[in-house]
Design a binder for this molecule. Structure first.
Ligand SMILES: [Zn+2]
Length: 422
């Protein structure tokens, strides 16, 4: 019988090395957009995976418009065979980070360590997760324990901009397949003591309204595209929003207010550019972008139909009402079953490491789970990693070293319990 305390002791021994590796990752500013230094970061991770006994493969998302010679989209995958080929546990983390932005009191790419915390852009979201999963498996290896099943680790690009050159590309090109991968742990920061089962759906769409230009001193001679957009937005406020607020999902989304369906106006632009010299004109075009978040219990077809119905009602009231609807992005909701082996095993591992029961949650926003679920068809996928969710994308982002270590221990135990040891 394996002594799990000995694995924890190995993680503690490796902690300093793990922190140093994480600091190296943070010092490579993999800022997205535009997608800087991906190759350097993938190479660093690939070299470490090799040192830790993995076979590595680098996959560049050739053929995608965002993959250019200046900003190549380089992903790295490591595979380590156990005594048997299956089951396979796959850890995935994204190596891109959002721009540093304003308001930092430390250099965002210096990886400063202070008061038990590592500071830097992307520490929490989510380079700490990449370090934790790599050192979790290394702790098992250095303890001389042999896993029965196999482990894979991937560090992928562009999660912050939709993951199309990262997880989506790898899934679409057969690198991530349901036949080859049993369990996926995405090491996003949902707090070190919680498991995220999935996320709501997203429908981004653009509405364009047309009007008829006329002199601004005689607006009755024209028709304002902005007035028409205002009517559409008013119908969202008055008709759609009350309906959405009443729809509740059974998914354990946090915060609780996000258990309803929601809609937000993301951008609006109409008439003349606001900073330009103005001439008196009735606006002939107005465009707005909307962000509708939908629930597991809603069908996408119905979500879209509701938008079209509002628009066609406006057309009935004003037969000159002209509009165009353009779909910008569709992400379907996804949730792994709470009773699945991956969830119950990781929950028990977190309890052993952290000392209390792990709440099961779902995310109001989306992350790469959609691609593992929808493209690769993998059913058992969760997000679990160190780092504090509310610090993601903030100035002075940091990760508590203690959380890094506790989640590393939970991942190591989870791997042992999912894959078995000889
Ligand atoms: Zn993230």
């Amino acid at each position: 019988m394996l002594n799990e305390a000995s694995i924890f002791a190995r993680v503690d021994e490796l902690a300093e090395e793990m922190v140093e590796f994480l600091r190296q990752l943070v010092r490579i500013p993999t800022v997205n957009p535009p997608g800087e230094n991906y190759a350097d970061c993938a190479n660093l991770i690939g070299a470490k995976l090799k040192e830790f006994g993995y076979e590595t493969e680098f996959v560049t998302a050739e053929g995608l418009p965002e993959c250019s010679p200046q900003f190549p989209r380089v992903n790295v995958i490591g595979r380590m065979h156990g005594q048997r080929a299956k089951p396979v546990l796959h850890f995935n983390g994204h190596l891109d980070v959002v721009p540093a932005g304003e308001g930092w009191t430390v250099d965002p790419f210096a990886a400063v360590v202070r008061d038990g915390r590592i500071y830097g852009r992307g520490v929490t979201d989510q380079k700490a997760g990449i370090a934790a999963s790599m050192f979790a498996i290394e702790a098992i290896r250095r303890a001389g324990v042999k896993l029965v099943g196999s482990v894979e680790q991937s560090a992928t690009v562009d999660e912050e901009s939709g993951g199309f050159a990262g997880v989506a590309y790898l899934a679409a090109n057969g690198h991530f397949r349901r036949e080859a991968i049993d369990y996926v742990v995405i090491t996003e920061p949902l707090d070190y003591d919680r498991i995220c089962l999935g996320h709501r759906g997203v429908y981004w769409f653009e509405v364009l309204t047309r009007g008829r230009i006329a002199h601004g001193s005689m607006p009755f001679l024209g028709a304002s595209a902005i007035d028409r957009m205002a009517r559409f937005i008013a119908s969202i406020e008055q008709e759609l929003k009350p309906k959405l607020a009443l729809r509740r999902t059974r998914m354990p989304v946090v915060p609780e207010a996000a258990r309803s369906a929601t809609i937000n106006v993301n951008a609006i632009s109409g008439g003349q550019p606001i900073d330009a010299q103005q001439t008196p004109c009735v606006a002939d075009v107005c465009r707005a972008v909307f962000d509708r978040r939908f629930l597991l219990e809603e069908s996408f077809d119905n979500v879209r139909r509701e938008v079209l119905e509002l628009l066609s009602q406006l057309q009935t009231a004003d037969e000159e009402f002209r509009y165009e609807l353009k779909d910008l992005m569709i992400v379907h909701p996804t949730m792994t079953a709470p009773e699945s082996k991956l969830v119950t095993t990781m929950a028990s591992a977190i309890t052993s490491s952290v000392g209390r029961q792990a709440p099961l949650i779902a995310s109001p926003g989306t992350y790469d789970q959609k691609h593992f679920a929808r493209i690769a068809g993998i059913e058992q996928c969760i997000a679990y990693g160190p780092g504090i969710l509310n610090l993601a994308h903030q100035p002075d982002e940091y990760c508590e070293i203690e959380h890094l270590i506790l989640s590393c221990k939970a991942m190591a135990l989870g791997a042992i319990r999912l894959l078995g040891v000889t």
